[in-house]
Design a protein around this ligand. Structure first.
Ligand code: HEC
Ligand code: HEC
Ligand code: HEC
Ligand code: HEC
Length: 182
């Protein structure tokens, strides 16, 4: 059984190195899921980030791995089904590779590239009092990005088997989800 253990250690260590730079999987916050974030981020006044995300391809990123096309690409690379292949999941999902204790009851891996994929696991910052205080939220694990383009390219890069040139301005417009001013 030593063999199996060694393999587990290898996978965990490997996952650490291949995760996109801003992933918060090693932190102690747990993933809450888009439903939880959406409780407050779904009104017109807040900018309805939930709806923008639902209408974006990011919400479909895991489902894409369930297609025949995805399996074909994945099996050629490593003989595994796409949804079981960490080489695919690392850009198409989050929370699949962390301890179960770090995954909240409402979190769904099927939600693909979701709020916490980009903003960090949310159990520590999701309360109203913390969320209203930017500095405090970031201290408690909220991830913001000073160089947004660079962040996008942690996934939108030639390592993607279907990579197309990433035109940042155009792509950012498609998923922009600002809080309205005033
Ligand atoms: C209890 C309500 C509530 C929940 C739950 C919540 N938020 Fe927020 N969030 C807010 C409020 C209020 C703000 C302040 C901005 C505003 O007025 O909309 C905010 C701000 C933010 C910001 C912008 C911070 C900044 O520095 O400008 C991000 C990003 C964010 N939330 C992400 C999330 C994510 C991801 C989740 C789920 C893990 C989440 N929120 C859950 C209420 C909430
Ligand atoms: C964790 C990895 C990841 C990150 C980070 C990421 N994306 Fe994506 N993105 C994906 C995946 C995977 C898809 C493909 C989803 C599908 O079609 O199933 C995608 C698709 C998209 C699409 C739809 C493609 C199209 O041609 O319309 C847009 C737009 C997009 N991303 C914009 C962005 C922007 C802008 C950023 C940075 C703010 C970003 N993404 C960051 C993984 C990521
Ligand atoms: C480095 C990040 C990354 C990795 C690794 C990755 N993908 Fe993707 N995938 C993306 C992004 C980003 C897109 C959106 C299109 C693009 O590449 O610009 C995408 C799109 C797709 C699409 C839709 C393509 C289309 O034309 O509609 C499929 C299918 C897909 N990926 C399958 C896979 C499979 C299978 C694996 C594992 C072998 C994988 N991806 C690994 C980032 C990634
Ligand atoms: C593909 C990555 C990605 C996803 C998915 C994503 N965000 Fe963001 N979000 C960003 C980036 C990048 C910014 C720009 C600001 C920054 O990070 O500094 C941002 C900004 C925000 C802001 C601040 C807007 C402002 O006007 O200051 C809020 C609030 C927010 N996101 C909430 C959410 C919520 C809620 C979800 C899920 C429903 C979500 N985000 C999903 C990447 C993402």
């Amino acid at each position: 059984m030593l063999h199996k253990k060694a393999l587990v250690v290898f996978v965990v260590v490997a996952a650490y190195f291949v995760l996109p730079a801003n992933s918060n999987a090693q932190g102690k916050n747990s993933y809450e899921g888009v439903q939880v974030c959406g409780m407050c981020h779904k009104t017109e006044k807040s900018g309805n980030q939930l709806k923008i995300w639902q209408d974006s391809k990011h919400s479909q990123a895991y489902k894409t791995l369930l297609t025949a096309k995805a399996d074909e690409i994945s099996k050629k690379k490593s003989g595994k089904k796409a949804v079981e292949n960490p080489e695919c999941l690392k850009c198409h999902a989050s929370g699949y590779n962390v301890d179960k204790a770090l995954v909240g009851a409402k979190f769904k891996v099927e939600d693909g590239v979701q709020c916490e994929t980009c903003h960090g696991a949310g159990s520590g910052y999701k309360s109203m009092s913390v969320m209203k205080n930017k500095a405090e939220a970031e201290k408690k694990g909220l991830v913001m990005h000073s160089d947004i383009e660079k962040f996008c390219k942690t996934c939108h890069n030639p390592e993607s088997p279907s990579y197309k040139e990433f035109k940042f301005q155009e792509m950012w417009k498609k998923i922009a989800h600002k809080v309205p001013k005033g």
